[in-house]
Design a protein around this ligand. Structure first.
Ligand code: CP3
Length: 345
């Protein structure tokens, strides 16, 4: 499919490590969550109705571009569409979060999982990408995404959100053979899924390993890293970001996955992140999402301080995790505008 020519390529340049006038800015979970217009759509349609209708996907994906002025759009979808495509029903309970009525418990459960053709099972995602690329009119690039294998294992084993995902981790340590087979199956479908998103029109992609930080350094190397590396080795057509929340102990390894950029959360000092990730890679992050509730002058001051600390090049301004639903739109705009008017001194 032919899409309108890209006008603002700051994100792609920063991810490739090229010199930029100022760093690009976008916010994790910017699509949905905090914009009042999204909340209206939420009253009218269920979560999966929103995810499976390309017109709604495009409308929600482009909202923060038109209303807040971010330098990139991230597709409105969810990491849990992959478990659903693997045959695990996912319910989104308002006010609670995801619930998977059927979970993985044994090696037999894993062996029974069949990998579908993603172009069929997740065709609604590809249609959403195409619709969004048309509607973006080349204004900013579109980021595709997937959950990292370990994070998806957490939901497939535990069946719901958790502070520590202890059942999922116990599954890894007590049944490593089953865990590795599951991680490999998720990796295989994720590689085809990312390739299909790229073919449909995603211009960059991010892997979310939201729960990697629950693992210790050795367990991370066993249950997360090899799979991230496989995905990054196969999906090289567009620039990529790997974000493993809380895994500050593995930044060197994350840089070695082959991703163009490594995301960091607010627990990580800019100098430490730079030193670990090395001069070849781009860093993304790491404003504390809660700090978007501070007075606007504080947001402006802290944002400038953050850019000074990371440096304008090989840097993508973002939050250290998803934006909170309670953030006032004016505060998100202040964050974005501070980046857009930033000039290195
Ligand atoms: O960045 C974006 O806004 C694009 C869309 C997006 C969603 N989920 C939409 C969504 C993205 C990138 C995700 C990723 C995701 N989903 C992650 C990884 C990132 C992270 O925050 O760590 C995880 C762990 C999930 C799983 C998930 N989906 C949870 C825990 C929940 C419930 C609570 C929550 O975070 O909002 C969801 C539901 C969900 N996914 C919503 C949205 C906008 C809220 C549901 C609604 O608005 O009805």
């Amino acid at each position: 499919m032919e899409f309108p020519e890209l006008k603002n390529d700051l994100l792609l340049r920063a991810l490739r490590g090229e010199e930029v006038e100022r760093p690009p800015v976008w916010m994790m979970r910017q699509a949905g969550r905090f914009l009042p217009d999204y909340r209206v759509l939420r009253e009218k349609y269920t979560f999966f109705e929103r995810c499976k209708n390309p017109k709604l996907v495009s409308e929600i994906t482009t909202m923060p571009v038109w209303q807040v002025g971010v330098d990139a759009a991230i597709l409105f979808s969810d990491i849990l569409v992959v478990p659903e495509a693997l045959g695990f029903e996912v319910q989104m309970i308002p006010g609670v979060g995801p619930l998977l009525p059927r979970t993985v418990k044994t090696l037999e459960d894993v062996q029974a999982i069949e990998i579908p053709d993603v172009e069929v099972a997740l065709d609604y995602v590809m249609k959403g990408i195409q619709q969004t690329r048309m509607d973006l009119k080349g204004e900013v690039p579109l980021i595709g995404f997937a959950g990292a294998p370990f994070t998806l294992l957490c939901y497939m084993v535990q069946g719901k959100g958790s502070k520590d995902f202890s059942e999922a981790k116990s599954f890894c340590f007590s049944q490593p053979e089953a865990a590795h087979l599951l991680l490999q199956k998720i990796t295989d479908i994720t590689i085809s899924y990312m390739k299909a998103q790229i073919k449909a029109g995603a211009q960059a992609f991010q892997l979310f390993d939201s729960w990697a930080g629950l693992l210790g350094p050795d367990a991370f190397m066993e249950f997360s890293y090899p799979y991230l590396k496989q995905i990054m080795a196969e999906c090289t057509e567009v620039p990529s970001v790997v974000f493993a929340k809380g895994a500050w102990f593995a930044l060197k390894e994350l840089a070695a996955t082959g991703a163009n950029a490594v995301g960091v959360d607010w627990n990580c000092k800019p100098g430490f992140a730079r030193e670990q990730i090395g001069s070849e890679k781009t860093v993304q992050g790491n404003f504390d999402p809660s700090m978007l509730h501070a007075p606007i002058e504080v947001i402006e001051r802290e944002t400038k301080k953050m850019i000074d600390a990371f440096g304008k090049d090989k840097y993508v301004v973002n939050l250290g995790h998803g934006i909170l639903p309670s953030v006032p739109v004016e505060h998100a705009k202040a964050f974005v505008n501070t980046v857009k008017t930033y000039r290195a001194e």
